[in-house]
Design a binder for this molecule. Structure first.
Ligand code: AMP
Ligand code: GLY
Length: 433
């Protein structure tokens, strides 16, 4: 089968790596891709927003499956678009991702909160404000304990959540978001919610509309600095599985969150097909949903996929045909530690074009190198091309061994100004049995 993968991050290099290893993969195209994906398939210039061109490319290149890496095409409805075209023109092209309705779980915080309330899924208490009811926000803030959590309703490139201890700042921020359109249309509605205490964890699910498998848990390290200090990033590293996500916790997640989520969507006539990423807070063993994402995480994918023993295309085909229950689903019990090497200055502005050397033996089966902001010249020399540059993942029997080995690999990704967190996984050592 020919595949079209959309995206250009480390997550997409991980997708490309495992898709290209499948015996069922004939040709893999990646739009736009990066230097890493180029070693797994052919990078192409195709803008997903131009969906007609995506369709034309799929038809002319006999694509059987489109795999969107990030949320934007899904929230914009690429699944519905391709399905409609597919029906109209009687050409069978599938998309490995949920439809537009289901993708609204990520595309609108207000929709996600309403959905959780309707389906009694544990989450923070909230209210949504717009221009019409902004004057009621002050009395709602009175009902909350600080810190205050404000979220732009729509997609805001990971920047739409503001958490502040200061009541006045909360009100000012609300005004900036709604009245001054700080995040454009995305903040014309703002969710204000209760602050959840606990430790964050992500759980990943793959669903075919009827059946599902849990792909495991991961912890992401969002802040730039060690000890979770400094500004938020796209993610500086990950550990999978998370040692505190024991069977008791995971069964609560499954019964209270995964099942009612999938059943709630199916009841609305929109069975969920694709990857579902639950951003959770674990408050003393009790899981609550912080957010839904309708895709895999980056860098969580780089930690989780190396643990997945099931053939990637077999998984996608089962998602399309509703036969996930027949797939031999297996996860490597070893722990994966992923460390992202980033450019100096990230998450602020960075200088690109630094010559890179990756001094890692990539023939070792438990070591993975996934490129994100990396480009290559005609001779195959690598250069930095963004903030997050290269993610390295190591699988080991114990978390501590994986962490140490991943640090060593990160130090072998060399370029001027390379930076990475030295403490990925440190906070989890106390939970190791
Ligand atoms: P989100 O984009 O909804 O994942 O929010 C970004 C980050 O803000 C999350 O990963 C959490 O660290 C934090 N956050 C969001 N909502 C809450 C909440 N209700 N309580 C505590 N922290 C939160
Ligand atoms: N690592 C967080 C995300 O992919 O949204």
């Amino acid at each position: 089968m020919n595949i079209l993968l959309l995206g250009s991050g480390g997550r997409e290099h991980a997708f490309a790596h495992f898709i290209s290893q499948s015996p069922n993969c004939t040709q893999l195209f990646i739009a736009p891709g990066n230097a890493g994906t180029a070693s797994c398939g052919q990078n192409i210039d195709l803008i997903w927003k131009d969906m007609d061109s995506v369709w034309d490319f799929c038809v002319s290149h006999h694509i059987g499956l489109v795999v969107p890496g990030n949320e934007d095409p899904l929230v914009a409805g690429i699944t519905d678009f391709i399905q409609q075209k597919s029906n109209q023109e009687s050409i069978d092209i599938k998309v490995a991702g949920p439809d537009k309705y289901c993708s609204t779980l990520e595309g609108s915080k207000d929709f996600a909160k309403m959905f959780m309330m309707q389906n009694k899924i544990p989450t923070a208490a909230y209210r949504t404000f717009t221009k019409e009811n902004i004057q009621e926000a002050s009395s709602f803030l009175d009902t909350l304990q600080p810190p205050y959590v404000l979220k732009a309703d729509g997609l805001a490139a990971g920047k739409g959540v503001i958490i502040t201890e200061d009541r006045q700042e909360a009100e000012e921020t609300l005004n900036e978001m709604i009245v001054d359109a700080k995040f454009g249309d995305a903040s014309s509605s703002v969710v204000i919610e209760e602050f959840l205490k606990g430790i964050e964890i992500s759980v990943f699910v793959v669903a075919d509309g009827e059946n599902y498998h849990i792909l495991g848990s991961a912890k992401d390290y969002k802040r730039i600095g060690e000890g979770d200090q400094g500004p938020n990033t796209g993610g500086m590293g990950a550990i999978s599985p998370v040692p505190f996500a024991d069977d008791v916790f995971m069964s609560k997640v499954e019964e209270r969150i995964i099942k009612p989520t999938l059943e709630g969507l199916a009841e609305k006539g929109h069975p969920y097909k694709g990857f579902l990423f639950l951003g959770l807070m674990n408050d003393q063993g009790e899981p609550k949903v912080i957010e839904y994402n309708v895709r895999m995480g980056d860098p969580e994918t780089e930690a989780i996929f190396p643990r997945l023993k099931t053939d990637m295309l077999e998984l996608f085909q089962a998602v399309s045909s509703g036969t996930l229950n027949k797939v031999n689903f297996e996860l490597d019990p070893r722990t994966a530690a992923t460390v992202f090497v980033v450019s100096e200055g990230y998450p602020g502005s960075v200088e690109k074009g630094k010559k890179m050397d990756v001094e890692i033996d990539q023939t070792t089966s438990n070591i993975f190198v996934f490129h994100a902001g990396v480009k290559a010249d005609d001779q195959g020399n690598l250069f930095t091309n963004g903030g997050r540059v290269t993610a390295v993942t190591v699988l080991e029997e114990s978390m501590i061994e994986a962490m140490k080995a991943a640090q060593l690999c990160a130090s072998a990704v060399k370029f001027e100004g390379a930076n990475y967190r030295k403490d990925i996984g440190q906070d989890l050592i106390k939970y190791e049995h």
